[in-house]
Design a protein around this ligand. Structure first.
Ligand code: CNA
Length: 235
């Protein structure tokens, strides 16, 4: 067990966790940038292109083929990292989880205050009439999912070229500004504007738990290059 990390967590009351795809790899969901991540697999187009707003509008069939194969993991279960964060919230130590993930696993683990910067595959809306559809409905369709009104159903996932939700961003910013400890985990800190949010933290307990190095390692007060589920399960 990392004693420094364990001690800081015991003493903190407003921890904010800021995470990315690496938080869910131990639940069986591949990330984007690891060796076996999505960016190192072969497709007709790079994932950034397929997951862009332009591509979604022009080639929805192809978008949904990729999306169904590579982005939907309805049977994935929370791992030790998700569960520990939910526990800290219920103990009154953690004020919010800010995540770039779209898999809904923090809520599944019991976390309540979750800012989903990039949306969620669990929510889907008709682009024409706005009607809501759940993931089960989308999974039960083939090709481009259609609303009863004939409109295209779009996942509430922030695609490249789209902007983040203002309320989600301001909630995440406020939580980070007030945090007495910021734990960053499972993110390459490559995707902006999300990665820029950590600049708002003003305290002296900035912890980074990530398998590989990140551009922010030198700024952190504690850096742990190990699996986050493993690290958290020992706390
Ligand atoms: P990324 O760029 O793929 O980086 C992931 C980072 O996590 C890498 O630096 C890895 O070294 C690290 N990592 C992988 N496994 C572990 C582990 N077990 N413990 C600790 N570190 C680990 O992912 P980011 O989140 O930084 O990039 C942002 C994108 C990826 C967001 O837009 C997400 O929506 C998107 N994404 C989300 C999911 C998901 O919802 N689960 C999956 C894949 C991609």
């Amino acid at each position: 067990m990392n004693e420094t990390l364990a001690g800081w967590i015991r003493e903190s009351r407003r921890i904010v966790f800021f995470g990315g795809a690496g938080v869910s790899t131990e639940s069986g969901i591949p990330d984007f940038r690891s060796v076996d991540g999505l960016y190192n697999q072969e497709y007709d187009y790079p994932p950034e292109t397929i997951l862009s707003h332009t591509f979604f509008m022009r080639r929805p069939e192809e978008f949904f083929r990729f999306y169904r194969n590579k982005m939907l993991f309805p049977n994935a279960q929370p791992n030790a990292a998700h569960l520990k964060l939910a526990q800290w919230e219920s103990e009154g130590r953690l004020s919010a989880v800010v995540t770039q993930n779209i898999d809904g696993l923090h809520q599944k683990a019991g976390s309540r205050k979750v800012y989903e910067l990039h949306g969620s595959v669990l929510r889907n809306h008709c682009m024409r009439c706005g009607r809501f559809y759940d993931l089960e409905y989308v999974m039960g369709t083939e090709g481009v999912p259609r609303c009863e009104c004939g409109g295209t159903i779009k996942p509430d996932v922030v695609l490249y070229e789209e902007s983040l939700d203002d309320d989600v961003v301001s909630g995440a910013c406020a939580a980070i500004e007030r945090a007495d400890m910021l734990i960053i985990g499972g993110t390459s800190l490559n995707v902006y504007p999300a990665a820029g949010l950590i600049d708002l933290y003003r305290g002296n307990r900035l912890v980074l738990v990530n398998l590989s190095q990140t551009p922010q390692d030198s700024r952190a007060d504690l850096v742990i290059h190990e699996r986050i589920g493993q690290v958290f399960s020992e706390l």
